[in-house]
Design a protein. Structure first.
Length: 468
């Protein structure tokens, strides 16, 4: 836009003709949303084009008016994309900016575009379109994360590491199996996003302010033109519903929690106490005074931004919780948390994919820690059940006593003399040593979903088929 729109002409001319006084400056400031909802310009113009074509098809607008409107909307789009549009708080929102500029460009036909619609159904449509695009982008980003996780797992099917419960070494697993746990988490996130997308894919346009319209419109045509599955069913619900945004933010919060858990693993694993992995230089920072420091800032920021994403969900829930039907100005505040949550999640997913894709893994260190703290004790108890014929609780007690003996003797289980084990449990035989090594312990976990090599390879193949 070459000239800044006149607040008096546009805001009061378009919206306040029945008011005698002007608008207070502070009212303009609190009432305006253009600093946030300008991001809906592409969706707003797409909706306006679909609405215009429908009005022409229904004989409500003339073809010449329709052509002028569509040509004018493309000029408005180009001006916004070129940064030439000067936004004015007096025009409140992106809808009025587009309409005001369109009318400046083409005159009378621009005034006809708002026939049989309201800003209420307009913004509900625009935001659905934006959220739908955001969910599609997030699904692609999570697919990229799936790719790097699965590729890393394929390289580490035989890499043994400690599995943990209560943040304590529990049983040996493979690094591939560990990574596949996150593959499953992010797979559920993608499924939830697809479910949310399916539910939001109904078009509110044509619901108008809250009651529908007396014009003979074709809501199915506008829904189809905008890629929706169908029009929404109830005009009151259409303009006041933000379930689609709540669901998107709920999915976003769950996915962010999964990212945060993986980020926490990377923070711990990259510390000298663990030394399982090394983050690349691209995703590490240094200290301003300690030259030896190598900080996992990207992972820490993913962990922290999760709180911000959860906060956005809470914010939107609180905005909506007390609203009677139908539209209320409170709903203007839905965009900030929605934009911020989905934008932030996308950033975090990209960062995590970069970190995982460039991760250096210390196989030797992982293996050293995998056998720590008698992690094959459960295998000993299982052997006493399977081969020794003991009830599990008796086997558990005997295995615990053997572990205490090994700890008191300062040796690992597989180095404890057979005769010493037999003093505690006479059923122990030489074959017990076949299951006490970490490699044999891992290989023995052949139940479906287990950590044995054969099961992990099956899981990798299934994950590639499902997610890639």
């Amino acid at each position: 836009m070459t000239e800044k729109p006149s607040a008096q002409k546009n805001s009061e001319g378009l919206l306040r003709r029945h008011f005698e006084g002007g608008t207070a400056d502070i009212m303009n400031k609190i009432n305006a949303s253009i600093d946030v909802d300008w991001r809906l310009y592409a969706q707003d113009i797409a909706g306006s084009n679909a609405h215009c074509r429908m009005l022409v098809a229904q004989g409500i607008l003339s073809p010449s008016d329709g052509e002028a409107i569509e040509n004018g909307l493309e000029v408005v789009r180009a001006e916004i994309e070129a940064g030439a549009m000067q936004f004015d708080p007096a025009l409140e929102d992106i809808h009025m900016h587009v309409e005001a500029r369109l009318t400046e460009l083409i005159g009378e036909p621009g005034k006809r575009l708002h026939t049989a619609r309201s800003r209420n159904d307009q913004v509900a449509t625009d935001l659905r379109l934006w959220v739908r695009d955001a969910l599609d982008g997030l699904d692609q980003a999570l697919r990229d994360l799936h790719v790097v996780l699965i590729e890393l797992a394929e390289d580490h099917v035989e890499t043994v590491m400690p599995g943990f419960t209560h943040s304590q070494p529990a049983q040996p697993v493979t690094f591939a199996h560990y990574l596949l746990a996150y593959v499953e988490m992010f797979g559920r996130d993608r499924d939830r996003m697809k479910d949310a997308r399916t539910r939001l894919n109904e078009c509110p346009l044509g619901s108008v302010a809250l009651a529908g319209t007396s014009f003979d419109i074709d809501r199915g045509a506008t829904a189809s033109a905008l890629g929706f599955d169908r029009p929404t069913a109830n005009s009151i619900d259409s303009v006041s519903d933000r379930d689609f945004a709540l669901e998107a933010l709920s999915v976003s919060a769950i996915s962010a929690v999964h990212l945060s858990r993986l980020a926490e693993e990377l923070v711990l694993w990259s510390s000298p106490a663990f030394a399982f992995v090394r983050l690349s230089d691209e995703f590490s920072t240094g200290s301003s005074i300690m030259p030896q420091k190598r900080n996992p800032d990207a992972a820490e920021l993913v962990r922290a931004k999760t709180g911000r994403i959860i906060g956005s969900l809470n914010s939107l829930l609180i905005i909506i919780k007390g609203l009677p039907l139908a539209y209320a100005k409170d709903l203007q505040e839905d965009k900030d948390p929605t934009f911020d949550s989905l934008d932030t999640l996308l950033l975090c997913v990209h960062a995590m994919a970069g970190m995982v894709g460039a991760l250096e893994v210390d196989k030797k260190r992982m293996r050293e820690c995998a056998g720590a703290d008698y992690s094959t004790a459960t295998d000993l108890a299982d052997w006493l059940v399977r081969v020794g014929g003991l009830a599990f609780r008796d086997a558990y007690d005997s295995a615990g006593a053997i572990v205490r003996l090994a700890r008191d003797s300062g040796c690992v289980l597989e180095n404890l003399p057979l005769v010493e084990m037999q003093k505690i449990e006479p059923s122990v035989t030489e074959s017990v040593f076949d299951i006490l090594s970490i490699d044999n312990a891992v290989a023995s976990r052949v139940s479906q979903g287990g950590t044995s090599g054969v099961r992990v390879r099956e899981a990798l193949a299934a994950a590639k088929a499902r997610y890639l």
